[in-house]
Write a protein that binds this ligand. Structure first.
Ligand SMILES: Cc1cc2nc3c(=O)[nH]c(=O)nc-3n(C[C@H](O)[C@H](O)[C@H](O)COP(=O)(O)OP(=O)(O)OC[C@H]3O[C@@H](n4cnc5c(N)ncnc54)[C@H](O)[C@@H]3O)c2cc1C
Length: 345
């Protein structure tokens, strides 16, 4: 078992490059070690933060007063069309493997940073795919009962950027995830207009897996959404705000303010509104700056720490300014997508 180290700064472990020190920091190389470390901390009443790739985290400048367990368990098992990966495997490496092996179902999720174990937490998604479409089981350590359990996809309660894991934060530690992929060298039906245009196909058509991956990576790079040390716009936590989902009444109110506002109609009368459109039209264009924190110059939804000179407080000041501006102009409350540690909006 690796040693606990006190006072490790968390900033270098997050893609935003933000966050103060951890009370104690330890890397867990196997599922058993993860369970042992978390169970021991729970028995001692010590707060625990499970850390993956740090790409969906906003950690306070004061840091985390407890034990940070960095997930580093590795291993991929293939049984027919079922692929089970340990939580510490790199997500994009798994996607690249799937594309190379001719396993269809995750190709549009190329270029998303972070580890396998985090993918079920917010039901990672992009370009018309999300992991709820392929996950068939998640092995977890349930801190409520002290047991290792295998959850079915149904028990994971997946929804748009949401799951049962987000519902009860911290209760489940993901140890391994099983994805059922189709043995097929062609992609799933292309379900996202921007991707279809890039590929020069109609919505619903299929393309070779490698072409889908390349097209997605190209689109993502153009938005600063593939980690790149040379691109300051990628010093972010991805999209900072989710696309708000309005009920029919809220949608009618917005229609009164902005007739014909852009929308995706959802089952049951709900309406999803593009957060980027709300933000831009509330007066926050790409590149909008507040001190050392900036909206990405390529993607309105990403808040960045471009020169690595911001603090978490600076970034949250910008986030609050954007949220409040959108609320005032449109009456819609934006909700943050990244997980806040020791802080909040
Ligand atoms: C440039 C960029 C682009 C992005 N694009 C997308 C995108 O297109 N779509 C999308 O959905 N997301 C996107 N994201 C967000 C992020 O990459 C994903 O949410 C990713 O799954 C987070 O993985 P991580 O390992 O970095 O998690 P972390 O940031 O380390 O952790 C996130 C949360 O999950 C918890 N967690 C981590 N591992 C475990 C575990 N094993 N068990 C239990 N809890 C755990 C943490 O405690 C924390 O609450 C993007 C981020 C960046 C920086």
């Amino acid at each position: 078992m690796t040693e606990r180290v006190a006072g490790v700064r968390l900033a270098p472990y997050t893609t935003l490059g933000l966050g103060g020190p951890a009370g104690a920091f330890v890397e867990a190389g196997t599922a058993e070690e993860i369970v042992e470390l978390v169970a021991e901390a729970d028995r001692a009443g010590e707060p625990v933060l499970v850390l993956g790739g740090g790409s969906n985290l906003v950690v306070s400048d004061e840091g985390f007063d407890g034990l940070v367990v960095r997930v580093a368990s590795r291993g991929i098992e293939v049984e027919g069309e079922r692929v089970t990966a340990q939580a510490g495997e790199d997500w994009d490496a798994l996607v690249a493997l799937a594309v190379a092996e001719g396993w269809s179902g995750v190709e549009c999720l190329s270029g998303i940073p972070g580890l396998v174990g985090s993918t079920p937490i917010q039901n990672v998604g992009a370009y018309g795919q999300d992991v709820s479409q392929t996950i068939t089981g998640v092995r977890v350590y349930d801190r409520g009962t002290g047991e290792v359990r295998d959850l079915s996809a149904e028990e994971c309660g997946f929804a748009y950027r949401h799951s049962a894991f987000k519902q009860e934060p911290g209760r489940h530690v993901v140890l391994a995830v099983t994805y059922e992929l189709a043995g097929n060298t062609m992609s799933g039906p292309v379900a996202y207009r921007e991707l279809a245009v890039r590929l020069g196909v109609e919505l619903g058509e299929r393309v070779p897996l490698a072409r889908a991956r390349e097209a997605v990576l190209g689109l993502r790079r153009g938005k600063g959404m593939v980690l790149d040390a040379a691109d300051p716009d990628t010093r972010s936590a991805g999209s900072f705000f989710t696309n708000p989902i309005l009920d029919a009444e809220q949608a009618a109110e917005l229609e009164l303010r902005v007739p014909g506002f852009p929308r995706w109609d959802m089952p049951g009368g709900a309406v999803k509104v593009p957060a980027a459109w709300l933000i831009e039209n509330a007066g926050f264009p790409k590149g909008y700056r507040r001190g050392p924190a900036r909206i990405s110059t390529k993607h309105t939804l990403a808040l960045t720490n471009p020169e690595s000179s911001a603090t978490t407080a600076d970034l949250l000041d910008l986030a609050r300014e954007v949220r409040d501006g959108v609320l005032e102009k449109f009456g819609v409350t934006l909700v943050n997508e990244p997980v806040m540690v020791g802080t909040g909006l």
